[in-house]
Design a protein around this ligand. Structure first.
Ligand code: ZN
Ligand code: ZN
Length: 360
């Protein structure tokens, strides 16, 4: 019934218990086409990005519980090899290249979904968290939710647009910052940050990148950051930002860094009327912002959580016209344990993408 040869077993990266180590199981079952439900599709993966969230999910340091055993991953790109029997009006077809993002499924009909907050749907299914993710050769997803990948975009290039890209794109979209205004990006050299620089520049904003180390500095400068601040070398980050912005402060801070300190500092360097976009998801950190100055300076504090289907399409379109390029290192699935270690230590500049497609 399918033009594809779908094997019965596959390799997946799996975590058996919270806090356990990730390992590869080469004999994990593949859901067969005849077992797909209405609206489901089977995707043969080409590659998948690795996100900080995968590491948090496996370590259990979030106030949410993951499905176990856990197959992580939510930045996967692959080809649809089967669609559940009886599915009508599918927006995608067999053979099409699609992406699987964090929000794998939402009901599309509840108040949150209808307001465009699909990611907050009460029935939401999360890839690599509440349902099996993309660290697998074959993944079951939903035709209404997979993201079509533009033809001119390589799968490896597209992978990290699906989480890192969408997340920072949406935060910038809602940051209430106009072209030519100043955006500060703490954590600018990391997976989310390095894409935020490019989306911000594509939108015509001016960027102050904050991070540390020579490698991250070079990456941020190369990607178009107007200014660079090394937080380990700077004596006074707030003063430096004010000096760079005619004494007024920046218009917005998009905070991808995983520490609470980055959030409270933003209220000090934002200009009156500025916007603090909270994007990173540290497990336990809190925002310790001055209420007085948040009020007095008319600061807006907004949480922005990944993105909906439309945000994903827009983020992908910007990549397809060359506005954003993911800086990534390619690894085989067998490297996954080492990749988690490096993520934990914050050593990775840009992103890691795991290649899953076997040579034909
Ligand atoms: Zn992610
Ligand atoms: Zn819903």
């Amino acid at each position: 019934m399918s033009q594809y040869n779908i094997p019965k077993t596959q390799s997946v990266a799996i975590v058996d218990k919270i806090g356990g180590t990730v390992h590869v199981n080469p004999q994990h079952p593949v859901r067969q086409p005849e077992d797909l439900a209405l609206g489901e599709c089977l995707v043969k993966m080409h590659c998948t990005g690795v996100c900080h969230t995968d590491f948090h999910a496996a370590s259990g340091d979030w106030p949410l519980t993951a499905n176990l055993p856990l197959i992580g991953g939510h930045e996967g790109v692959g080809e649809i090899v089967a669609i559940g029997k009886g599915t009508v009006d599918s927006p995608v077809k067999v053979g099409e290249r699609v992406g699987i993002k964090w929000l794998a499924y939402s009901c599309l009909d509840c108040e949150m979904c209808l307001k465009g907050l699909e990611q907050n749907c009460v029935k939401a299914k999360l890839s690599g968290f509440t349902v099996d993710g993309t660290f697998a050769e074959y993944v079951v997803s939903w035709v209404q939710h997979v993201t079509p990948i533009p033809d001119n975009l390589d799968s490896l290039e597209a992978a990290s647009i699906l989480c890192a890209g969408v997340t920072v794109y949406r935060a910038l979209k809602y940051s209430q910052t106009n072209a030519s205004e100043w955006v500060v990006l703490p954590g600018a050299g990391g997976g989310l940050g390095h894409m935020a620089i490019q989306y911000a520049k594509f939108m015509g904003k001016r960027v102050i990148a904050i991070d540390t180390g020579k490698e991250k500095k070079e990456l941020c400068k190369k990607l178009g950051a107007d200014h660079w601040i090394d937080f380990k070398e700077s004596k006074d980050i707030v003063k430096e930002i004010k000096d760079l912005t005619d004494g007024l402060g920046a218009n917005s801070a998009i905070i991808t860094a995983a520490t609470g300190a980055a959030y409270s500092q933003a209220v000090d360097y934002l200009q009156c009327g500025g916007t603090l976009m909270a994007v990173g998801l540290p497990g336990e950190a809190t925002i310790d912002a001055s209420i007085f100055f948040t009020v007095y300076k008319s600061i807006t504090i907004i949480g922005s959580y990944v993105g909906n289907r439309q945000d994903a399409k827009e983020a992908m379109r910007i990549a397809s016209v060359g506005g954003v390029k993911c800086h990534y290192a390619k690894h085989p699935l067998s490297d996954i344990k080492e990749v988690y270690e490096e993520l934990k230590e914050g050593k990775i500049a840009g992103r890691v993408v795991v290649e899953l497609k076997k040579k034909d």
